[in-house]
Structures are given as C-alpha cells and as structure tokens.
Design a protein around this ligand. Structure first.
Ligand SMILES: CC(C)(COP(=O)(O)OP(=O)(O)OC[C@H]1O[C@@H](n2cnc3c(N)ncnc32)[C@H](O)[C@@H]1OP(=O)(O)O)[C@@H](O)C(=O)NCCC(=O)NCCS
Length: 165
C-alpha cells in the first residue's frame, strides 16, 4: 500500500490545521477552496497520509485556461496549432504542509499525470503555473517548466513534455 493517497477535496478533510507557512494559501484552503469546487471555479485535490485520511499533507488546484499563442516562445509556438489562443490547464495553487517536507514533488507529479489524462479527453496543449516567488520558480524549473518571455512568474510546460515525464 502506498504511503499517500490523492483525492478530490471532501468534507471530512481537515482544512483548518493545514499550514504550508504561506497564510494566503492556508486561508484559501480553509475558507475558499470548498466554494471554488462548488462553483466549478477550480478542482481541488488533496494528498493525505494513507494512515490518516482526514489529514491534508498537501493540495493543488486545477482549472482550464488559455494562453495567447504570441506569448509563447517561437520554437514552441511553431509546433502548436495556429489559433490565437492555446488551450491550457492551470495549476493555480500547490502547497504542502510544513510537517511533510518532500511531498511537493509528489503533488506536482500527481497534477501532471492528471493533466495528461484530462487532456486526452478535453484537449490542452500546455500546462501553466503561476509561481508566487523565486523559490517557486526554482521548484517548477526542476520539473522542466519554463518562464514566459514577458511574464517570468507565469511558467509553462508543453503537454507533450508532461506526457514523456
Ligand atoms: C514549493 C513546495 C511545494 C516544495 O515542496 P517540497 O516538499 O519542499 O518539494 P520537494 O522536496 O519534493 O522538492 C522537489 C525538488 O524541488 C526542489 N525544491 C523544492 N523547493 C525548492 C526551492 N525553494 N528552491 C529550489 N529548489 C527547490 C527540491 O530540492 C527538489 O529537487 P531535487 O529532487 O533535485 O532534490 C513547498 O515548499 C511549499 O508548499 N511552499 C509553499 C507554497 C508554494 O510556494 N507553492 C508554490 C507555488 S505557488
């Protein structure tokens, strides 16, 4: 049996005690995430230790978005369909509790696997993240995300690359 399980956010998950060290992300999970799910603004996935299924070790959100073809680097844009807007999946938020160092990569792998799976049914050419600071930029870079030329904190990964990962 694996050590962690990743599921959609449910009522039994203990959102109040989650602490990633970033108040705005803690507050989002505690107060807004449930509403976002209800209103279909974002899908929220939580990672729990298998032995403590109510506890939240980390979470991430996914929603559909689009990105202007002209904002992508030329070498990637040339390989994509020539429409002004490129369909994309946005990893809006991603964080892990301070008590669970090392699960960040598990969260991101799960988000990428899920995005690849979803994109086989509702097409998306890229995965996009909004990295909130330089540390987040370095974290996402480890997985091959690149900064948009004009918006360094908005990063992208071609879906074709995620499929290979
Ligand atoms: C960013 C975050 C998810 C990383 O979680 P984590 O559990 O520390 O990540 P992992 O240990 O799985 O790290 C995966 C890789 O990224 C690297 N990494 C993680 N944080 C990093 C940082 N701040 N700077 C540089 N590299 C970093 C790790 O060294 C590791 O690389 P390695 O495999 O070569 O050793 C976590 O620090 C967090 O939740 N931060 C607060 C919220 C946040 O900033 N979210 C980011 C998007 S808004």
């Amino acid at each position: 049996m694996s050590e962690f399980i990743c599921q959609t956010l449910r009522k039994h998950h203990d959102r109040r005690h989650f602490n990633c060290g970033v108040p705005v992300l803690n507050d989002y999970l505690a107060k807004v995430a449930g509403q976002d799910v209800k209103r279909k603004a974002a899908a929220v996935f939580v990672l729990s230790p298998t032995a403590e299924p109510n506890r939240i070790a980390g979470f991430y959100t996914l929603c559909s978005t689009s990105i202007e073809l002209s904002s992508l680097p030329d070498d990637l844009a040339r390989r994509l369909a020539r429409y002004p807007d490129v369909p994309a999946i946005l990893i809006g938020r991603l964080a892990r509790d301070l008590s669970f160092p090392g699960v960040g990569s598990l969260l991101l792998s799960d988000a990428l696997t899920r995005s690849v799976r979803v994109a086989s049914e509702i097409a998306a050419s890229v995965i996009v993240v909004d990295s909130k600071d330089e540390a987040a930029v370095r974290f996402y870079s480890k997985f091959g995300f690149l900064s948009l030329p004009k918006l360094p904190h908005r990063m992208f990964l071609p879906m074709a690359t995620a499929e290979k990962l």
